[in-house]
Design a protein around this ligand. Structure first.
Ligand SMILES: C[S@@+](CC[C@H](N)C(=O)[O-])C[C@H]1O[C@@H](n2cnc3c(N)ncnc32)[C@H](O)[C@@H]1O
Ligand code: SF4
Ligand code: SF4
Length: 357
């Protein structure tokens, strides 16, 4: 297989460690203080080299808590030498002044996670004391001129808090607000299913996210905005319109703390190969799992499910995120659980039929 047949690898998610100083109620990894698996430094360096060689653009360091990964500093330096952009997803609680100064010098970006605008609301999810420490860390980033944003994972329980989170983010010096969707993984799945929005709550959450984006005080990034624009205008906004189409194994992949490649961070159920044993490029090019996902993306995924097959939006979203669909249903071909439109697919059919005439 040549590089040409596996095009467009852009983003690499590195789960550098499972270790975390917090144990959040919703954690996708169910991470916490007792987990210690971390990716070996030499392996991570080899992965970064090969990723750059393949034309990769951005490395997203996540975990666990990346600031508990002993080789984070060297990994960021290496990524910089390779002209890769770096983004760190962090709980922000361990950001001291030396780190902030270093990050400012390295020109990396960070997302600091906050689930609420106050200690009470944030700590209900992230644990007592986490708000104060994250806010202190965030202020240090601003003082050191680091490009950082707030990341909030939204559920029906904190959606109404988003305007206040935006206000806080602006006051702290954040440059954007990223609103991520809450998925049925980790502790959210096992201990707190009440955090996972129902399909009818998804539309409501999307409308709140839109209201917050319209305030305009900071740029808001969210797939909710993409879905909303798709349903309102028939296509998601450019330049990120591709976001709704599943990019797993095509534009992105992920590496776990024990060196396993996944098609994306949320595709735990589909390991592609052991990168330590086989090499990053070899797994990326030869994995049968990745080949089948690429095949799936080339065909109309949605023709295989009755709901999407009759939907006029299918050419844009191709059914949405394959990882969460598969995780929710065990079926690779179903509609994205976020899609609140699917209950109205008869309406889509009528509209599509009308347009054809
Ligand atoms: C797993 S954490 C790792 C990085 C860091 N420890 C932090 O909390 O930002 C990365 C992001 O995933 C989000 N997250 C955690 N559990 C999730 C879930 N069940 N569904 C979607 N996102 C989740 C977190 O809120 C955080 O913004
Ligand atoms: S969400 Fe982040 S901070 Fe919270 S337990 Fe998981 S890895 Fe740790
Ligand atoms: S029903 Fe399927 S094709 Fe239509 S918008 Fe929803 S996920 Fe996309």
């Amino acid at each position: 297989m040549t590089h040409l047949s596996v095009p467009d690898l852009q983003a690499l998610f590195v789960n550098c460690t499972d270790h975390c100083n917090l144990a959040c109620r919703h954690c996708i990894k169910a991470a916490g203080p007792s987990f210690r698996t971390a990716i070996a430094k030499d392996l991570l360096f080899a992965i970064l080299d090969e990723f750059a060689e393949l034309g990769g653009k951005v490395v997203i360091f996540t975990g666990g808590e990346p600031f508990l990964y002993p080789h984070l500093r060297e990994a960021l330096l290496r990524a910089g030498e390779l002209k890769l952009d770096s983004l760190i997803l962090t709980n922000g609680t361990l950001l001291d002044e030396p780190w902030a100064r270093l990050l400012g010098g390295l020109k990396v970006r960070l997302h600091v996670s906050l689930e609420g605008p106050t200690a009470e609301t944030n700590d209900a999810v992230r644990g007592t004391g986490s708000f104060e420490l994250a806010v202190r860390g965030a202020r240090r980033l601003t003082e050191a001129c680091v490009d950082w944003g707030v990341q909030t994972t939204v559920s029906s329980q904190n959606a109404e808090l988003l305007p206040d989170i935006l206000r806080l983010a602006k006051e702290l010096g954040a440059r954007n607000l990223a609103v991520a969707n809450m998925d049925r993984y980790g502790r959210a799945a096992t201990n707190h299913p009440e955090l996972i929005p129902t399909r009818s709550q998804q539309r409501y959450i999307a409308e709140v996210v839109k209201r917050v984006a319209d305030i305009g005080s900071l740029p808001v990034e969210s797939t909710y905005l993409q879905w909303l624009a798709l349903f309102e205008n028939g296509r998601p906004p450019e330049p990120n319109g591709y976001l709704l189409r599943c990019g797993a194994g095509r534009v992105k992949c992920a590496i776990t703390a024990d060196g396993i490649m996944l098609p994306c961070l949320k595709f735990f159920q589909m390991p592609c190969g052991n990168v330590a044993r086989e090499g990053f490029t070899a797994v990326w090019e030869r994995s049968t799992v990745l080949r089948s996902l690429r095949q799936l993306a080339q065909t109309r995924t949605v023709e295989a499910n009755a709901t999407c097959a009759k939907c006029r939006f299918a050419p844009c979203c191709n059914g949405g995120c394959r990882a969460v669909v598969h995780n929710e249903t065990g079926d690779l071909y179903g509609p994205d659980p976020i899609c609140w439109q699917q209950s109205q697919c008869d309406l889509c059919l009528v509209e599509s039929h009308d347009q054809d005439q």
